[in-house]
Design a protein around this ligand. Structure first.
Ligand code: BG6
Length: 464
């Protein structure tokens, strides 16, 4: 079958400021939570590699963007680093950062790459974490001011804005687990953070609309279609609750202006409802997005806990993971590969959310030690990644044929980048990065992607 995509489809890649920019002592950037955490506990990061000097987009962006254009991108998501633009989180603007981002955006336009710009990718300025981070309502207002500053400084160059990347990950990894700073495990505080993030998002959308800025605005959520172990009622209930906690918690406010009722009921039952106000709920209700970005990597399979947990309320009070015997794994990242999930998500958006304008904002495969697949000409033959893209894109093409309003597909990522605690362990790029020499080399998947993006038709995967 020949899979062709709609005209003007966005083919691109995504990255984020903290994972690609790097920084230099003289560039005026302030410290964010990742810079701070790495300074305090470098041993927690793979190979003790931090965010500062290994990534060099802030020095090398003109060449990097030219290379990304060579692999066929017509669009690219970057993020603005709040701590680069406003080093203290509030107050004075770093003029060097204004020059830098304006030049990045102008260079993208010159190369025919449409900017998709995200305002927040897990990187809270440290001075704001020091006053309580996302638990503090003042930080929500500081974020709205920061968003307005970005719209004002860069709005003439940005057609597509996004408020947050994966806000639920900030809650899960930073307030229910130890994968993100501040590594707090507390359901009540997690709920407050989640609510404040949803509010910060809505305030930014409100600011964008009342300011009369041009372009569209949305949010990027990570969605995992959630499947129960089987049709038994307790497992179906577990899946419903997992879906409310981890998908609908940000999807519903963004698209419907409300929070899922089962989630609200459970938080209330466990005395975890956040502090909120009716006027803030009205802001959330009134500010639905123009476009939704969906990061899709893996499905979620759950079952009901067999024994009631004895510790205080946590999500696993209601659902625990289920290992599907037929699952296919990416062993490096430990994530299931399930291309059909993208079709299921698209159909759900169509039927339950009024078929919004949306795009795949991240999809990709992280693999360790890719150097072993280098051929004699020095190119990584990442055939597995091409197969991964191909399988997901056939599912996406079927969804579009079935009426889904999907307008683009961005891979994670263009050039290999830094990945939080995993640092540079798993590589995702269409272009490899040699950390020692800083040399960039297009992988086999980069060539395949070029053919895809320039013909709008899915090329066959390559033989293994
Ligand atoms: C997404 C994030 O969840 O997945 C990215 O938006 C991240 O920041 C990507 O890098 C891949 O995950 P990881 O943990 O392997 O880097």
């Amino acid at each position: 079958m020949n899979y062709t995509f709609p005209n003007n489809f966005y083919w691109g890649s995504a990255t984020s400021a903290p994972q690609s920019e790097g920084y230099h002592p003289l560039d005026g950037k302030g410290q964010n939570i990742w810079d701070y955490w790495f300074e305090q506990n470098p041993e927690l990061f793979f190979d003790q590699v931090g965010p500062e000097t290994t990534s060099t987009f802030s020095q090398n962006y003109r060449e990097d963007l030219a290379l990304l254009s060579q692999v066929g991108l017509n669009s690219l998501r970057i993020s603005i680093s709040w701590s680069r633009l406003i080093p203290e989180g509030t107050g004075a603007i770093n003029e060097q950062a204004v020059i830098f981002y304006r030049d990045v955006l102008s260079t993208m336009h010159t190369l025919g790459i449409e900017p998709f710009v995200n305002l927040f990718h897990f990187d809270l300025p440290m001075p704001l974490q020091n006053v309580g981070g996302w638990e503090n309502r003042d930080v929500v207002d500081a974020y709205a001011t920061y968003a307005n500053t970005c719209f004002t400084l860069f709005g003439d160059l940005v057609p597509h804005w996004f408020t947050f990347n994966e806000p639920i990950v900030i809650v899960e990894c930073g307030y229910l687990d130890h994968f993100h700073y501040p590594c707090i495990v507390d359901s009540r505080r997690a709920a407050q953070v989640g609510y404040h993030l949803a509010l910060a998002h809505a305030l930014a959308v409100d600011t964008f609309r009342t300011g009369g800025f041009s372009g569209e605005i949305g949010i990027i959520v990570n969605l995992s279609p959630t499947y129960p172990k089987n049709d038994e009622p307790q497992h179906k209930y577990a899946a419903l609750i997992a879906d409310c906690f981890l998908n609908r918690s940000f999807l519903d406010p963004a698209l419907k202006g409300t929070f899922p009722q089962p989630l609200v009921d459970i938080l209330k039952k466990h005395a975890c409802l956040p502090t909120y106000s009716d006027s803030d709920l009205a802001i959330i209700a009134q500010n639905r997005v123009d476009i939704l970005g969906v990061n899709y990597y893996q499905p979620r399979r759950v079952q009901a806990p067999s024994t009631p947990n004895t510790h205080s309320f946590m999500p696993d009070t209601y659902f625990i993971p289920y290992e599907w015997p037929k699952r296919v794994m990416n062993p490096y990242r430990g994530w299931e590969i399930y291309p059909e999930g993208i079709f299921d998500l698209a159909m759900r958006l169509k039927t339950e959310y009024d078929n919004p304008r949306w795009y795949v904002a991240e999809n990709g495969m992280g693999v360790e030690n890719e150097q072993r697949f280098t051929n004699e000409s020095g190119q990584i033959q990442d055939i597995y990644r091409i197969q991964f893209f191909y399988d997901h894109l056939t599912a996406l093409a079927r969804a579009i044929n079935a009426g889904s309003n999907c307008v683009g597909y961005h891979v994670w990522t263009g050039i290999d980048n830094w990945s939080w605690l995993n640092a540079y362990k798993n590589r995702y790029g269409l272009i490899s990065l040699d950390l020692t020499t800083q040399k960039r080399t297009v992988k086999r998947s980069g060539e395949w992607f070029y053919e895809l993006a320039t013909t709008n038709t899915l090329p066959k995967p390559l033989a293994k």
